[in-house]
Unconditional design. Sequence first.
Length: 146
Amino acid sequence: MAAKYIKTYINAGLLAATLALTAGAASSDFVVVVSAKSPVGTLTAEQVSDIFLGKVSNFPSGGPTLPVDQTEGSALRDEFYTKVTSKAPAQLKAYWSKIVFTGKGQPPKEVADSAAVKKLIAENPNTIGYVDKRAVDASVKAVFAF
């Protein structure tokens, strides 16, 4: 009888783990976008990382960059920085605290969600941000996908 409960418990645990992994995989559908009017074609992960960490202030083509972040604590933001910059949320916060304290830069402007990022990007061809892949429309173009 105890073996039956143990087997049921193990199966429930395996199901929960599978669902968690599936949900994590589904959430990884983000793309880095610029205005549809921007001359930028594609960017590498390193270029995107450098832009969002304030290490460069121009696109490779020479135009200025204005990175836009999603709200601190959002799942998309955490995933973006973890995958593109290899920085966990706490590491990113410490990084920007140091940069701001030393006067070497400011973090990207924050907006509420993918729709707000898209709106800002559509209005300014120098802006770059990341959005849920499903949010891409004719106003923006994807320049990097993870």
